[in-house]
Design a protein around this ligand. Structure first.
Ligand code: ADP
Ligand code: MG
Length: 707
């Protein structure tokens, strides 16, 4: 029978711009294909002659599809992607073009990318940085105004081999967890496993607004988020947007986005409106961590590009509008063996599924032990405004297990082992014709930053604009570290079977404080978490210190993920990134207040004064108390705003004289940030008083409801 997928748009375009397995088989001689596959699967070294053949095939494929250039596509520590384009034109070209691409050019590049932050790892005078092909993530073709470019996913490192990017540590952490998980599985008797893969699915939230409105606001243009603005009278309280039908314009955006993503082999699966008006989400089908990371970078880039084609702007900032639900990225994470077994799948009898319980315990222990590192991996200036807000996960790391697993954990804590599991109940909807559906064993606790969701963990703290490389590097590393402790214990145990039960029991006992199934948004939880000794790290600057925490450095070094110098460089980059972001925000606020808001308010109070004078003149007994009250109140707020502008300017000027690094970042968070809030307050109050016709920028309502 003919498969309906044969003529489906998804199957027609899926992966057409990817040098994927199918294309490789078509373009590569069998032997070369096999050599490349073994490099991809087993991590063996790629011989130079094989690389040459692969490069040639890749070039042929790219040229056939219209490519003129190739680029080593990499992910510097800025969190975005970078590339330097080279054309395929060879040195021999004169009257006719010779198109070249060698194995050497495929494997190694040397971009002059000295202006990317290196946190001191790479002084600009020794500008050498290298890009190295990550052959486990497929090359792809990107088409835009420049033409078609063959993009080769690469790692980026210094002359001395230090990682200058986000991909290298991620790949190292994937190797570390594979090694430790395999070691543990062998000790449990699962000796057929050779490798353990990390699977990741990143759900991406974003806002779409009209591009004309966007271009009227300096804060959106320069900072990606609004720095002023008050909630519209109709907020999200009605929840009518959530899962609402998708409007025409957004729908055409999503259609085009999906097609672009599918052609790049990105498994965009679900799309729906999110909680806030104007907010949406895209979820892909999960893939291997490094590929999922590359894909998510592409998703963000393509969302921006496609939105512009539809005369909209895609906002990826975590909290683009104060008081409106923010955007995150849910990082779904699991471990799958090369034999196809999901280690976090509870199976039918989770209570005697030792492998599952042991890996579950390892994750719980790792998350508790290294909670600050997870918090740090989700730290960026924008996310500080989201975490701990009323509708975002709190800044405290805790784990949600769901009723069934929590019960099993309790049994283990009580009796040493668990003997039964609460059955998933059938749900009674009360309508005969509807099918009986089983309740999921784990409910969706939306308030938990780290939730077990059936056969994976979901880390929800990550910010919508951030690369998921960092969070997954942390998860892989910390779980690898705990697994290596477990392996050591098992290796030294006389009776491994009883040792496993003991390890599970003891670890759960030591780390049960991190398990929390209640409402993570409540104030009581903040108090309770403090009692339990769980860290509550409120901002990026505070979190950054953990790059230099001795226990964390040791863990990273043990796992071969980061060296001490690499961590020092990351701390420096974080401090600088924070200071830079706040400096831009502070200046933008000063400019907007001085050039737009204050003049508008002056115009308004002048019109009030004119009105009072004219009305009184025309009719002395008329009541002008409304105008007078408004005039007095607005004038007061105007003075407050002017004072706040001066204070902010002064704070910012002082900040930039401080030496770069921790001290400066602390000044920004401690002094400049409150000065920003102090300026915002009177302006936002004025927005609700001043004649809308005089207000110089689009209001929240204009941007969120009229797209
Ligand atoms: P939910 O709707 O509960 O968030 P979904 O099943 O739709 O759950 O999955 C959300 C995301 O999690 C998707 O990106 C999906 O691909 C990913 N995901 C599902 N299973 C796994 C897994 N085993 N490992 C990693 N990610 C997964
Ligand atoms: Mg989710």
């Amino acid at each position: 029978m003919e498969n309906s997928m044969d003529h489906n748009i998804i199957s027609d375009i899926f992966g057409t711009r990817v040098f994927n397995d199918e294309t490789m088989q078509e373009y590569l001689p069998k032997k070369t294909y096999e050599a490349l596959r073994s490099t991809i699967e087993e991590g063996s070294e790629l011989p130079a002659d094989v690389a040459n053949v692969v490069a040639h095939a890749m070039k042929e494929w790219a040229l056939k599809n219209g490519a003129t250039h190739y680029t080593h596509w990499f992910q510097p520590m800025t969190g975005v992607t970078a590339e330097k384009h080279d054309s395929f034109l060879g040195a021999e070209s004169d009257s006719h073009a010779v198109l070249e691409f060698s194995g050497k050019e495929l494997i190694k590049g040397e971009p002059d990318a000295s202006s990317f932050p290196s946190g001191g790892l790479r002084a600009t005078f020794e500008a050498r940085g290298y890009t190295a092909w990550d052959c486990t993530s497929p090359a792809f073709l990107r088409e835009d105004a420049i033409g078609t470019v063959l993009c080769i996913p690469t790692a980026f490192c210094s002359y001395t081999g230090e990682a200058l990017d986000k991909k290298t540590p991620l790949l190292r952490s994937m190797e570390a967890i594979s090694k430790q998980a395999t070691r543990v599985l062998h000790l449990l008797g699962e000796t057929d496993v050779k490798k353990v893969n990390v699977s990741v699915g990143a759900e991406q939230e974003y806002f779409l607004i009209d591009r004309d409105e966007y271009l009227k606001r300096d804060d959106l243009i320069f900072c990606g988020r609004t720095l002023f603005g008050s909630m519209p009278p109709k907020g999200q309280e009605l929840d009518d947007h959530y899962f609402g039908s998708i409007r025409e314009r957004q729908a055409s955006f999503m259609k085009e986005l999906n097609e672009e993503l599918w052609s790049l082999g990105i498994l965009s699966k679900t799309q729906h409106n999110e909680v806030a008006p104007g907010q949406h989400e895209m979820a892909p089908i999960y893939s291997t961590a490094n590929i999922a990371t590359d894909h998510n970078q592409l998703v963000m880039e393509i969302m921006k590009k496609v939105a512009r084609r539809h005369h909209m702007e895609c906002l990826l900032a975590e909290k683009p509008f104060a008081g409106v639900n923010g955007s995150g990225k849910h990082d779904n994470w699991s471990l799958v063996t090369d034999t196809g077994k999901n280690l976090l799948s509870p199976g039918k009898h989770p209570y005697d599924n030792t492998t599952f319980l042991l890996f579950l315990t390892a994750v719980i222990a790792a998350v508790d032990e290294y909670a600050p590192l997870l918090r740090l991996s989700a730290a960026c200036p924008g996310n500080d405004h989201r975490l701990g807000g009323d509708e975002a996960p709190p800044a405290i790391i805790s784990i949600f297990l769901g009723e069934q697993l929590e019960d099993i954990v309790e049994q283990i804590l009580r009796k040493g082992t668990a003997s039964h599991a609460n059955k998933a109940e059938a749900m009674d909807i009360g309508v005969q014709t509807l099918p009986n559906i089983k309740k999921d064993a784990t409910d969706r606790n939306r308030t938990s930053p780290f939730a077990f969701t059936g056969n994976k963990f979901e880390f929800r703290m990550v910010g919508s604009s951030m690369s998921i490389a960092g969070p997954n590097t942390v998860l892989n590393s910390i779980v690898a570290e705990v697994l290596s402790d477990i392996a050591e214990k098992l290796e030294n145990a006389e009776d491994p079977t009883s040792a496993v039960d003991e390890i599970i029991h003891d670890m759960l006992k030591a780390h049960q404080r991190v398990i929390f199934n209640g409402d993570g948004y409540s104030d009581e939880w903040v108090t309770e978490a403090a009692k339990r000794g769980l860290p509550n790290i409120s901002n990026m600057v505070e979190a950054t210190a953990y790059f230099l925490d001795e226990k964390c450095i040791k863990m990273y070094e043990n796992q071969g993920v980061y060296s001490r110098t690499e961590l020092e460089s990351r701390a420096e980059i974080n401090y600088e990134a924070y200071a830079k972001a706040l400096n831009i925000e502070a200046r933008t606020m000063v400019k907007m207040a001085t050039k737009q808001y204050i003049p508008a308010v002056i115009r308004y109070v002048t019109s009030l004064a004119d009105s009072i004078n004219k009305v009184t003149e025309a009719c002395p007994e008329a009541d002008v108390s409304v105008q007078k009250e408004l005039l007095i109140r607005c004038s007061e707020l105007l003075t407050a705003a002017k004072d706040a502008v001066l204070a902010l300017r002064e704070a910012d000027e002082k900040a930039i004289t401080l030496s770069e690094g921790k001290e400066q970042a602390e000044y920004f968070v401690g002094t400049v940030l409150p000065a920003m809030e102090a300026l915002r307050a009177p302006i936002d109050t004025l927005e609700n008083m001043v004649d809308k016709k005089l207000w110089p920028v689009p209001a929240y309502g204009d941007m969120l409801f009229e797209v």
